[in-house]
Design a protein around this ligand. Structure first.
Ligand code: ATP
Length: 604
């Protein structure tokens, strides 16, 4: 079983994540977070907020509207340019993004192109489609659910297939069709090169703020348009429909960032102590009509973002970009355990937005490969300039200290110094360094990072694909005695302490457990679980390990006499006898960013 399957099973079984509306058949790409999932998600976002806002004096928070007027997104470029390329597979009818699709796979010394159908019946239908429509006259065989095409050669943008000489021409006597266009990608599921041309697709969800059903307006406008020859063609009718709907058109925001840009001036005015460089942080939902939903909560139409827009003077932008990259990578390394699974990938020149002078993706090594969890970009003054141009409102900044700093820099770097008179009048449009992290993706990455499967001796069993010799892993992962430990950072763990009476139905033991739970809840405001199932203590410990609970406390008969209990640590399995008061102190200390005596280095 793959790591992802194992995690999703666990998430469903233990109440982290459920398919939304499951009892009504479910909705693709929509997920509900159960009691443990909601805690983990809140903890991840709280740790982000903690590091971005509470631990700094130069960042404040904001929470802006999701429903966004077209003017904002027209100005930001989203209405015209927030598109992905989209391609359809002619065989499977699957739709996908070419930039995320794999390259063609050939076998048998690059002489055979295998296309995998989901089953034998589909393979027969596809074979027929290829023979009659997509590669007439090509040499084709079928083996179970695989269709095998013989390849003559590869050219720069073409696959040239071998001709079926035995068949003469095609079965229908039509000319052969052996040159298949190839743009460097194939259908990700089947390896099929039979695709439509790629076309752009805008990812934003439209909605209409209007008590009248927009469909009624579409119908009426279309019927009216059909009455006149000058408006009855498709393009004119569409224009009239768009015009009718425009007054009520709004969008669900595709990112939280624009809410920050349009509030730059109001935030700065209401918080005059905020001097550049300063930032505005926001956590909230965003919506994208993604062409392909994938890997559970990795890519969904509705997701949450944790974004920071950091406003800087133009001459500070580069060094702030470097500083924020480090700050964010340190954050990832602090909460993640496997540092070799997190990396920075700088964008190539042709990936950069035209206004951006630098961008890196923070990527995590998911079971299916490296995937973006966060983008960090040096966006220049594009955002504020555009909103300023569109509204006529000046979004500029100056202050004396900053100008002095500029003078000092100019002196130090030997560039021609700007005169004091010019500096006194100088105002600039702030540049922006952005950090944009997906909350759901971060949660998925952190769970996968924390998850370990161990055997009875506590030895880690790698998932298939994680070790060189993994032929028997699949069975190993599900065999008896094997258990899962979620080694989440204590601050992320959905349940901080599991409290359990040795005998689950003993009234006195349960009462003492309840007392300890209450003091933990009241003193530390943390999520505590009273584990009173009638199973062995060992099984209850393992259940807690599986959901990442860092501490378990067991109350036994002796505890009733001496108020001493057993505290067990998830990661070491170490058990100690401590007083009930000490339990609170151990947990309090363990939940500090830097616990006393901790081996973890202070890194952010
Ligand atoms: P991708 O290339 O994976 O589509 P992107 O470059 O479009 O991502 P950004 O616009 O930079 O993503 O958004 C910032 C972050 O928001 C991403 O790093 C990711 O963590 C998150 N994110 C973006 N789209 C989605 C989605 N559909 N579902 C879940 N998270 C998303």
């Amino acid at each position: 079983m793959s790591a992802m399957r194992h995690l999703l099973d666990l998430c469903k079984r233990r109440g982290f994540l459920f398919q939304s509306a499951e009892i009504h058949g479910g909705l693709r790409g929509a997920y509900d977070y159960g009691p443990l999932g909601v805690e983990l998600k809140r903890n991840v976002s709280q740790e982000w907020w903690n590091s971005m806002v509470y631990q700094r004096s130069d960042v404040v928070g904001i929470d802006t509207a999701i429903i966004t007027p077209p003017a904002v997104l027209k100005t930001s470029g989203h209405v015209d340019q927030f598109t992905d390329e989209m391609v359809d597979s002619r065989l499977s009818k699957e739709r996908f993004r070419p930039d995320k699709a794999p390259a063609l796979k050939l076998v048998d010394q690059d002489k055979v192109l295998p296309i995998s159908a989901p089953d034998k019946v589909t393979a027969k239908v596809w074979e027929q489609d290829i023979r009659t429509q997509f590669a007439k006259g090509a040499l084709i065989t079928r083996k179970g659910k695989e269709i095998l095409l013989q390849v003559e050669r590869m050219e720069k943008d073409k696959i040239v297939l071998k001709k079926d000489t035995a068949a003469g021409t095609t079965t229908s006597g039509e000319p052969t069709d052996l040159h298949i266009p190839y743009h460097g990608y194939v259908d990700p599921n089947s390896n099929s090169p039979f695709l439509t041309e790629s076309r752009p697709f805008n990812l934003m969800f439209k909605t209409y703020l209007d008590p009248i059903d927009p469909i009624d307006k579409v119908i009426t406008t279309t019927l009216d348009a059909q009455k006149s020859p000058s408006t009855s063609d498709l393009a004119s009718t569409r224009q009239l429909v768009d015009k009718t709907l425009l007054p009520s058109l709004t969008y669900l925001r595709p990112e939280t960032a624009q809410g920050v840009f349009i509030n730059y001036a109001t935030v700065q005015r209401s918080h005059p102590h905020l001097k550049i460089p300063f930032g505005i942080a926001q956590i909230g939902k965003s919506f994208r009509n993604e062409i392909r939903l994938e890997h559970a909560i990795f890519r969904t139409p509705e997701f949450e973002q944790m974004e920071l827009e950091f406003f800087v003077a133009p001459w500070q932008a580069e060094e702030q970009f470097v500083a924020w990259r480090k700050f964010r990578m340190d954050w990832w390394r602090y909460y993640g355990r496997n540092h070799d699974r997190i990396r920075e990938r700088p964008h190539a020149q042709d990936e950069l937005a035209h206004y951006s002078s630098g961008c890196v993706d923070v990527e995590y090594l998911f079971p299916w490969g490296w995937g973006e969890v966060e983008g960090i970009a040096n966006r220049g003054d594009f955002d504020l300039s555009k909103h300023s141009e569109a509204t006529g409102i000046k979004l500029q900044y100056t202050d004396a200290i900053l100008m002095q700093e500029r003078q000092v820099r100019e002196k130090a770097t030997g560039v021609k110094e700007t005169s004091v008179e010019v500096l006194a009048k100088e105002r600039f449009t702030p540049h922006v360094v952005e950090s944009s992290c997906g909350l759901n993706r971060a949660m998925l990455a952190l769970m996968l990072d924390a998850m370990e499967v161990v055997d009875e001796q506590g030895k880690v069993i790698p998932f298939p694909g994680e070790s060189d010799n993994n032929s028997s892993n699949d069975n190993a992962i599900v065999s008896k005695g094997v258990r899962t430990i979620m080694r989440l950072h204590p601050r992320l763990a959905p349940v901080k302490v599991g409290i359990m009476p040795l005998i689950s139905n003993n009234k006195d033991l349960v009462e003492l457990c309840t007392g300890i739970s209450q003091s933990l809840r009241q003193e530390l405001q943390v999520n505590v679980s009273l584990e009173t199932q009638s199973t062995t203590i060992g099984k209850r410990y393992y259940r807690m390990d599986e959901i990442g609970t860092p501490w378990c406390v067991t109350v036994d008969y002796e505890s009733l006499q001496d108020r001493m209990v057993t505290i067990r640590e998830r990661d070491t399995g170490e058990q100690r006898r401590v007083s009930t008061e000490e339990v609170v102190e151990i947990v309090r200390d363990g939940l500090r960013l830097h616990p006393r005596g901790s081996k973890q280095k202070t890194i952010y």
